[in-house]
Write a protein that binds this ligand. Structure first.
Ligand code: CUA
Length: 271
């Protein structure tokens, strides 16, 4: 069979074009490292979010090394948490779901841009190398407050980042002569041990205790306070640990007649 030279040329050109198109599409899909969000993240019942293992406690979790997990709930018209902080040099996996309607979770200036669908968990991993601030926006129209739906992601220098929390349990009022305690609880959300000094300052007197808080754990320090030594009146106290501070005032009142055994340690936990 004789095929005309021009026809052969067109056949070859058409083949080259087809192969070229397929190569372009294949490169576009896998080459630049753009991953589509799939349903690997799993599902969650939107009505049971508050009892869900992950979504009942949204926020930043340290997995180990430089790996973190950030859990976010989208709802009309806010993200929980609204502000996210992660360290530079971290690899962050986001888990996002919606409480109500379809939203999106888009971290401006990165390739994080996913739909957030009620019942579905969107999961994606991003590397944050440099400190910086990124806006978080909703790109899916979700009602009249859509344009106000935003959050903030801050990548802080590695040495400024921790997951320490300090809470203090101290009585508001205690009767003179009774002993009482001011208790500091330091919790450490990182997987590594935290060595820190817990300091109580009351009436200008400073007391310190060195503690090691295990990874993903907490440690309590109870400072015994002698109200007889303090005397009646208002006494300001400050507790510090790992750069965090809590303060309050302890009132030492005179023992009332009718209540001599006075359980003065009200311990209402008001820090
Ligand atoms: Cu949420 Cu738009």
């Amino acid at each position: 069979m004789n095929i005309h030279t021009y026809e052969k040329a067109w056949l070859v050109a058409a083949m080259v074009l087809i192969v070229g198109f397929i190569a372009t599409i294949t490169y576009g899909a896998v080459g630049p490292g753009i991953a589509m969000i799939d349903d690997d993240g799993g599902t969650v019942d939107p009505d049971e979010i508050n009892d869900h293992e992950r979504f009942s406690d949204p926020g930043v979790d340290h997995v180990g090394g430089n790996e973190y997990e950030v859990t976010v709930i989208a709802q009309a018209w806010l993200y929980t948490p609204e502000e996210i902080e992660v360290p530079a040099g971290s690899e962050v996996t986001f888990y996002v779901t919606s409480r109500d309607v379809t939203h999106s979770f888009s971290v401006v200036g990165t390739n994080v841009n996913t739909m957030v669908i009620p019942g579905q968990v969107s999961e994606m991993t991003v590397q944050f190398d440099e400190p910086g601030e990124y806006g978080v926006l909703c790109n899916e129209y979700c009602g009249e407050g859509h344009h106000t739906m935003e959050g903030l992601l801050t990548v802080v220098p590695e040495d400024e980042f921790d997951l320490t929390e300090l809470s203090v349990d101290a009585p508001r009022e205690v009767e003179a002569g009774n002993e009482t305690t001011i208790t500091a609880n330091v919790s450490n959300g990182m997987q590594d041990d935290l060595e820190t000094t817990v300091t109580l300052e009351i009436d200008g007197e400073t007391r310190e205790e060195e503690i090691t808080v295990p990874g993903d754990g907490s440690e309590e320090v109870a400072f015994a306070v002698d109200t007889a030594a303090l005397g009646e009146g208002e006494h300001d106290w400050t507790v510090t640990a790992d750069g965090y501070e809590e303060s309050g005032t302890l009132s030492v009142v005179s023992a009332t007649d009718g209540d001599e055994n006075g359980a003065g340690d009200g311990g209402d936990g008001d820090a």
